[in-house]
Ligand binder design. Structure first.
Ligand SMILES: [Fe+2]
Ligand SMILES: [Fe+2]
Length: 166
């Protein structure tokens, strides 16, 4: 932990760590939801959907790394047990029990919309008081906004294709 780096945080570091660990739980659950979704998904446009889901999974894992790096910098400890992901998560976990492509896309859009809200609220709460966390949250928010757009694009393509068939 860098003492000067920590001392310039203009708010309760414990609160920043709480926000970060909650986001950390979300990222792991999002990673697993995408990763498993890519394995089980079935239905039309499956290959395009798998490619997108795998790309998003890799991004969520990268986000978990970014967030854990900041937690450690601030002298905290990233959640040490997966069972804590469930206790800390903001966005929860939607098990891909129905592997139909439309359902998987819908679940992940819901997850992205929650992630967008979470990072937006972190940015608002932390603001100028912790610029390093702010910057990480902005970078991740950009990705989550892109993820939502990618998935809604797939959803539209799928709907267009299915409606032509009727
Ligand atoms: Fe993420
Ligand atoms: Fe995402």
């Amino acid at each position: 932990m860098g003492t000067k780096g920590r001392s310039i945080v203009g708010m309760d570091v414990k609160r920043v760590l709480e926000l970060l660990n909650k986001a950390f739980a979300d990222e792991w659950l999002a990673y697993y939801q995408y990763w498993l979704g890519a394995k089980v998904v079935s239905g039309p446009m499956k290959d395009a959907v798998i490619a997108e889901l795998m790309e998003h999974a890799a991004d969520e894992l990268r986000h978990a790394e970014m967030v854990s790096g900041r937690i450690i910098q601030l002298g905290g400890t990233p959640l040490t047990s997966p069972k804590e992901w469930y206790e800390w998560t903001n966005c929860g976990y939607d098990a891909p029990e129905d592997p139909y492509v439309e359902k998987i896309i819908e679940q992940n859009i819901k997850g992205e919309q929650c992630a967008i809200e979470v990072y937006h609220s972190i940015i608002e709460e932390v603001g100028m008081k912790d610029l390093v966390t702010y910057n990480i949250a902005v970078q991740i928010l950009e990705d989550e906004v892109e993820h939502e757009e990618d998935l809604q694009g797939l959803q539209e393509d799928l709907e267009a294709m299915l409606s032509r068939r009727k």
